[in-house]
Design a protein around this ligand. Structure first.
Ligand SMILES: *Cc1c(COP(=O)(O)O)cnc(C)c1O
Length: 428
């Protein structure tokens, strides 16, 4: 833990002035300078260069080139973007493709994995996993005739998962270990190498969900010998709302496994229009149908910014910022009844911090609905009592963190949240 001692605004400004990644903030559209956006882990900001890039994609590529651009470019976009993402997560360029949504990619890869381990009856996940991931796994078990059971690794403190609990769950019955690397609520981060090795020793396949890792923490899929992975592009990768997701299949597994959705884009030669399916013998096998080209294009300029900044520097800043946030929260918020819902050790923490309070929902509303000149803060709320503060080191400043925690202190101290209803909206 870094030793922060100062709780004055001047210090936050000093930290910003010494931050070598600070100029990257200027790459993004900051439409409301007084809005503190701490939700880049749910929907990343819009890069300025994406605007011109998309204008070109719409006016020139679609508007002028029409169908010709499929051959001249679009057909390669899913794998070209995959090669760029590969550089962020330690994979080979031909091991990742951008396609569909994270949930759908989980479906495809988890079915492929279970079919490659016939006779084994257990799927291991954990109580921190994103519900969509658990629902997809439950649906697969139902689809495959209820021959498997899903075992969820428990947590004793609701913040971390003990290595012993992981060991206890993985055994010779386990077909697949499917976990999210950085937990969406507590930001707990697994030791990917250790868990992967453990699963392999038991003869199971491993699938990591990198939705809260890609672009946030360094990942080394090849170095950890990971079998399968999936992840979002609209969070820390800033690809835009609902941007298509990515999937990874280790090269030697690409022809060994078969995903269940035999769309024409997964075929060896889609434009032969054969009546019988022959799967592609590379990562294309894991695609399905025509890619949503406009949404997909928007990912590229955003990835370039991350690659320019570099994952090591981004991680260093993210650690410093989450530490600073936790330091201020301990000084100001813990005495007011908040607790820190995120691991203190850097090694097992991703790039967001959850703080918890019995009145979190109303406090969250008070942050978001503040009227000028009061500072407006956008974090997000996750049931039952988490206010999730996302650090996107490309554009989050130390001053943002200072002002957000200061505002939280004010809301709690003056009980400003009492003016807000606890009734939940549709999207929290
Ligand atoms: C955000 C997120 C998803 C989202 O899945 P979609 O299919 O894109 O809606 C899935 N898994 C995890 C762990 C996530 O954080």
């Amino acid at each position: 833990m870094m030793d922060f001692t100062r709780t004055d605004l001047e210090f936050a400004r000093e930290l910003d002035s010494r931050d070598e990644l600070a100029p990257f903030r200027d790459e993004f559209v900051i439409a409301e300078p007084d809005l503190i956006y701490l939700d880049g882990n749910s929907l990343g900001r819009l890069p300025k260069r994406t605007i011109d890039f998309m204008r070109h994609a719409v006016e020139h590529e679609w508007g002028q080139r029409l169908i010709r651009l499929w051959n001249d470019g679009w057909i390669h976009t899913p794998t070209e973007l995959g090669a760029k993402i590969a550089r962020l997560v330690g994979a080979q360029p031909d091991e990742i493709v951008v396609t569909e949504a994270t949930s759908i990619n989980l479906f495809k890869l988890a079915v492929a994995a279970l079919r490659a381990r016939p006779g084994r009856t257990k799927v291991v996940s954990d109580v921190f996993n994103f519900p969509s991931d658990l629902y997809i796994l439950q649906g697969i078990i139902d689809l495959l005739g209820r021959r498997h059971r899903l075992e969820l690794i428990p947590s004793t403190d609701s913040i971390t998962i003990e290595p012993e609990a992981v060991s206890a769950a993985i055994d010779s019955e386990t077909a697949l270990v499917s976990l999210t690397h950085v937990a969406f609520k507590s930001a707990f981060m697994y030791d990917m190498a250790a868990v992967t090795e453990q699963a392999h020793r038991a003869g199971a396949l491993v699938l990591w969900d990198l939705s809260h890792s890609a672009g946030a923490v360094p990942v080394d899929l090849n170095g950890c010998d990971v079998d399968l992975a999936i992840g979002c592009t609209y969070k820390y990768l800033n690809g835009g709302p609902g941007a298509p997701a990515f999937l990874y299949v280790r090269r030697d597994l690409q022809t060994q496994l078969n995903q269940p959705m035999w769309g024409w884009f997964a075929a060896k030669n889609p434009f032969a229009f054969d009546l019988e399916y022959t799967p592609a013998d590379d990562i294309a096998r894991y695609k399905v149908g025509t890619p949503p080209m406009l949404s997909m294009k928007a990912i590229e300029p955003a990835l370039d910014i991350l690659l320019e900044a570099g994952m090591e520097r981004l991680r260093a800043k993210s650690i410093r910022q989450t530490e600073y946030l936790i330091f201020l929260a301990e000084q100001w918020l813990v005495p007011l009844g908040f607790t820190i819902g995120t691991p203190r050790q850097n090694k097992i923490r991703g790039s967001h911090v959850s703080i918890r309070h019995a009145e979190s929902y109303r406090i969250n509303r008070a942050l978001i609905e503040a009227e000028p000149p009061t500072v407006k803060v956008i974090p997000d709320f996750r049931e039952p009592d988490n206010i999730r503060l996302g650090i996107a080191p490309l554009y989050t400043t130390f001053t943002d963190i200072y002002r957000a925690i200061d505002r939280l202190r004010e809301i709690a101290e003056q009980r400003i949240y009492e003016q807000y209803s606890a009734e939940r909206g549709m999207v929290t």
